[in-house]
Write a protein that binds this ligand. Structure first.
Ligand code: SF4
Length: 308
């Protein structure tokens, strides 16, 4: 029999590191995979994988993820985070890889009851069913509290060496981190901008006004101060880096306005309807002056306007 192969969904957090280590302890070949999107990048997972001797694979799910963010079957969480749909999408992708590349099963670091919305017993069952991974989805940290999976039944994974962790306490995971000599792992925290309430509000506004928005629009939401004027948006950079980034995001139909003779913010104007009216240009100039200490009271300010 060849070596047993597991594809592990890897966020970089302690639960996902432990999942890899528990399986490696059973001499299973582990491939950790990080699914990146417009809303979460791989930086923490890359650091975590490197620190823990894991060879991380990165897959881009941005386009499919954007669609479920706009219209999640199971709804959003506290902000615009469609966690159940997001898990399902990742597991569907994992299933595709599993079948194509002949992995024996998919594993995750999910812990029963650790998260109120996405890790209840009902939620775990839903993602397993909706991703069509039934029987092939192993959660080593809580496995003993769940039905045995096919790899366990076939003896590819020793069930007795899996765990029965549940709830929000991290005590057991911290003990396991010591056992496996895991020296570095990130503190549990976001990493996904969709859980940020401020960002969620901007995203919801955009979804209401222009449901056809794309990845470039999402990138603009991560920058600057946003002002809607009807269906036109003015974005004002908050610092030098944001000013530069706004220019790189300019696309056909956008306008970039900045001061020629004073330092200060750059404005990106984007219309989600028709041509940008002149009064919006004046509004953008007012906002630039408002956020420029040096030019605020000057009467000789000159502006440059660039088309996208
Ligand atoms: S927090 Fe973000 S990355 Fe995590 S499951 Fe929810 S939507 Fe997906």
């Amino acid at each position: 029999m060849g070596k047993v192969k597991a594809l592990v969904l890897f966020s970089g957090g302690l639960d996902s590191i432990l999942t890899c280590k528990i399986l490696e302890e059973q001499k299973i070949e582990v491939v950790p995979v990080f699914f990146k999107s417009y809303f979460f990048g791989p930086e923490i997972a890359q650091k975590s994988a490197k620190e823990n001797g894991l060879n991380l694979r990165i897959e881009d799910i941005s386009k499919g993820h954007l669609e479920i963010v706009k219209k999640p079957k199971f709804g959003w969480g506290v902000s615009m985070n469609p966690c159940l749909d997001c898990h399902i999408l990742m597991l569907k992708k994992a299933k595709e890889i599993m079948e194509k590349e002949k992995f024996d099963f998919v594993a995750t670091g999910e812990v029963l009851g650790e998260r109120p919305f996405s890790q209840t017993r009902g939620a775990l069952n839903i993602v397993e069913r909706e991703s069509s991974l039934k029987g092939y989805l192993l959660r080593p940290l809580s496995a003993k509290l769940l039905e045995p999976t096919i790899p366990e039944k076939k003896g590819l994974v020793k069930r007795e060496k899996l765990f029965d962790i549940q709830g929000r306490s991290r005590k057991k995971q911290i003990e396991l981190a010591k056992k496996f000599k895991i020296k570095w792992y990130p503190q549990p925290s976001g990493g996904c901008i969709l859980t940020d309430l401020e960002f969620g509000k901007k995203l919801r506004d955009l979804l209401e006004k222009y449901p056809g928005f794309n990845g470039n629009d999402v990138e603009t939401l991560k920058l600057g101060r946003h002002f809607w004027e009807g269906n036109v948006k003015i974005i004002i950079g908050r610092n030098y880096e944001e000013n530069l980034k706004l220019e790189t995001l300019k696309r056909n139909g956008d306008l970039i306005i900045k001061m020629k003779n004073y330092p200060g913010p750059t404005a990106l104007i984007r219309s989600y309807q028709a041509k940008i009216p002149n009064e919006i240009l004046e509004k953008a100039k007012e906002l630039i002056l408002k956020y420029s200490k040096k030019a605020r009271d000057k009467i000789d300010v000159k502006f440059s306007i660039k088309n996208g």
